[in-house]
Design a protein around this ligand. Sequence first.
Ligand SMILES: Cc1ncc(C[n+]2csc(CCOP(=O)(O)OP(=O)(O)O)c2C)c(N)n1
Length: 598
Amino acid sequence: MAVEISTQQLLLGNEAVALGALHAGVRVATGYPGTPSTEVIEYLAEVAPKDVQVHWATNEKVAWDEGIGASLAGARTLVTMKHVGLNVAMDAFMTSPLLGVNGGIVLLCADDPGMHSSQNEQDTRYLGKFAGVPMFEPSDSQEIYDFVRAAFEVSEAFDTPCLVRTTTRVSHSRSRVLVQAPVAVKERTFERNPAKYVMLPAYARLGRVRLLDRLPALERWSDSHPFTREEMRSTAVGVVTSSIAYQHVREVLKDASVLKLGITHPLPAQRIRDFAGKVDRLFVVEETDPYLEEAILALGIAVEGKQYFPRAGELTPESVRHGFIAAGVLAAKEGTAQVSLPAPVVRPPVLCPGCPHVTPFLVLRELEAYVTGDIGCYTLGASEPLRAMDTCLSMGSSIGMAVGMWKAGLKQHPIVAAIGDSTFVHAGLSALVDAVWNNADITVVILDNGTTAMTGGQPTPEFGSNVRGTETPRVDIAAVCRAIGADPVVVVDPYDVGATHRTLLAATRSHGVSVVITSRPCVQAPKKLVGRRYSVETETCVGCQLCMNTGCPALVWDLEAEPYENRRRVRIDQDQCTGCTVCSQICPQSAIVPSSQG
Ligand SMILES: Cc1ncc(C[n+]2csc(CCOP(=O)(O)OP(=O)(O)O)c2C)c(N)n1
């Protein structure tokens, strides 16, 4: 082991996933970054011995395909992604239970209720049920560790992939974990079996029957498993719950009896029936959708739930308390010993000082381009003051949407797709092929900062090294675009405002699919880059505020300087300035100059 394993550790939920997998004998782990799942692969890369293969894939479908390949070749395998990532992997994921496994395979899928860092809110439990796989829902780091270990056993015992579904608070909370000795896993190797592993319709029909036959056996297993825990207290109120909602129920309604579910597909139907028979009023408390509630109603059991508890956003102890007050279970004043603090001032996210994504958006706004955007730090190009992005749907959608707009006949302004380098490799490549093939008249701007900045700076295929820092070949994005047939393909430095302007203007005036790659490393990766700082010459500044259009947080109002004709002058916060020079290049007065202290 690269890191010593003690018996008790304080672990982040995502670290517990990694350690649980490691102690279950995982040999291959892959995934695509996405909050709140990202730390699993990063931690595993740190603690796993070098003979455990840990790497990032280019997208979630590729990760799942690699995972299934590794499983069939005999390795216990972990694949990680966030909820929307499972949509990307869904085609392969849906068919994989028909093939079954060789080495156990576990998918860790982390949902983001409340959309702290996501384009939508989605309850993955429906997808687990849809695919017909055993699904585990842990509520703290100990359960994550135990459930992940168990999931590998279940995967092999029932010949099916397993899903461990977490949510933000479980993935990102730290709690004590008692770790067990690693298991010794039996060696397996690939055995040819086309009738099981080749999904021709004739074989797939058999696979579908195997899947359906497996479900009753899994339900019996779920009914008898200790991961379903009945905690009997007062019989006036019984609550069926799982995941983080369990913690909130225990905090808010200490006297209630609880049926705590650890396996939420297949549901332990008999245990639910038995529990319902022991309590006067039965509630379900669950985050986001009424997944458990609908299933319990379908069993013919009367249950109360979403009429009291919110469906949108994260559950909190407060929202659970309010729900029970509305249901008449708690009196309004009960359990409200909370200190009520004023709501914090909202501070919208902004691009970092020196972010190389700023200039292309300044130029695109000036060109009045229709900009179909994509997902990454640069989505902030839609916000004030840049206001240069018109749409954003899902990862990789920008190019297809630009083609669609062009097909629909939008002509007044140039149509530009803006996409980050990681997103381009994730789902933009085939869309670029489509654009060229369909003879579209669009410009694609690849905002190439050499990293996956939004999720914390994971390496991309052009980075030159992988998650463990091992050297890898670099994928040349410009060469790929040329090979696809985009023309022209121009690389420009976004810190050079004039060159970026000229390049984008020429590209949007050309016909066909043009690509402009704005190439500059992320200012934060691998560590904060700082050049010579700049400052404003107060007497030269006329308060025109043009520099403020960059949205750079280092530019602030100079409250001490005399205003110029009633306009506030600007100052540069020296602690934040990175010396990118963009504001200096656009200042019409040439008032922004290198600081004397350097
Ligand atoms: C399907 C899906 N997978 C993963 C994510 C998480 N995520 C959001 S943006 C992003 C990539 C950002 O990298 P890049 O496109 O290079 O832009 P940057 O943030 O570096 O500017 C990822 C992985 C997501 N939102 N959707």
